[in-house]
Write a protein that binds this ligand. Structure first.
Ligand SMILES: [Zn+2]
Ligand SMILES: [Zn+2]
Length: 306
């Protein structure tokens, strides 16, 4: 879910950047602009589910909400561990604020910094991996590529025999076969729902047009790429190290992704209509996000290499 679709200058209808990715019982927050916790409240999101926070860079619009959110976790008597990934300097920024405000975290908090100049594998779990993607911006900045490594079995209710107990259904969901009352075996493949394949999501935060991005995001199911400006302000995009909608769409086209989400619209635009129209001319499966935009992540595309 997109919690903030705006950029640096505030607008009443667009918060600063933040997105929430839910994955089974976990949730990851990507960027945490000012006011992110109000959007979490507005959408009734249980913040205790957030197990990781990924910060792309230290510009205020992408991280100013972080300290407030971490302090709210204290007020909620959070006990669950929290890991924050971000660029070099994040830890100093956070712990300086904590020292000056005499804030002590009541829950296990780990801040892991990465070098944004090259891709790094920052989460390496059996079900999921997260890589950083080097971006080109005024401050050290990285995007994130989140890839499912194996999908959990999803049961199709219509295929489930009525005699199965809850424990047996749970066993099937863990990919275990179970025995029916007459000794017959029920295998996960018999009752599995059709799944779209392994999903992948790339988050390309603030960046200048950077075609070599495609090397890391080829075939991604859902790509989010910033599109701060329309084409008339391409010079401004170069100067401020941002992208236009056309450039975001060019990246999506070149990387052969399935669909493109664009956001981080400059506050000068009343509506992203023009940015979206220009992007769609290049890559038709483009969507302009808004605060509260909810979307299922698409499956990764595989291509035969010649
Ligand atoms: Zn920004
Ligand atoms: Zn920025």
């Amino acid at each position: 879910m997109v919690l903030g679709s705006g950029s640096a200058a505030p607008r009443l209808d667009r918060r600063s950047p933040a997105q929430l990715i839910t994955y089974h019982d976990q949730a990851f927050l990507i960027d945490c602009g000012e006011g992110t916790q109000y959007e979490l409240l507005r959408h009734g999101i249980k913040v205790s589910r957030i197990s990781r926070i990924l910060i792309s860079h230290l510009h205020a619009d992408h991280c100013l909400g972080l300290f407030g959110l971490l302090s709210t976790f204290n007020l909620h008597d959070r006990k669950q561990a929290l890991t924050i990934h971000g660029p070099t300097g994040l830890s100093e920024w956070l712990y300086t604020l904590a020292k000056l405000t005499q804030t002590f975290w009541k829950y296990p908090l780990e801040v892991i910094e990465h070098d944004t100049s090259h891709p790094s594998l920052i989460v390496d779990e059996p079900d999921l991996e997260i890589m950083t993607i080097p971006l080109h911006h005024k401050l050290p900045c990285a995007g994130f590529l989140i890839k499912e490594r194996r999908s959990r079995v999803k049961l199709d209710r219509d295929k489930l025999p009525s005699f199965l107990s809850d424990q047996q259904k749970a066993a099937l969901a863990r990919s275990e076969s179970v025995k029916g009352p007459e000794g017959q075996w029920i295998h996960p493949a018999d009752v599995e729902a059709e799944t779209p394949g392994l999903r992948s999501f790339a988050y390309c935060s603030d960046t200048n047009f950077k075609p070599d991005l495609c090397e890391w995001i080829e075939g991604v199911g859902t790509l989010y790429h910033e599109a701060t400006f329309a084409s008339d302000l391409v010079e401004r995009a170069r100067l401020t190290l941002h992208s236009t909608g056309q450039e975001a769409a060019t990246i999506a086209y070149m990387a052969k992704v399935k669909e493109l989400l664009i956001g981080h619209f400059s506050s000068r635009y009343e509506s992203p209509e023009r940015i979206l129209a220009e992007a769609k001319e290049i890559f038709s499966a483009t969507f302009a996000v808004y605060d509260g935009f909810y979307h299922s992540i698409a499956a990764h595309q595989s291509f035969e290499r010649p």
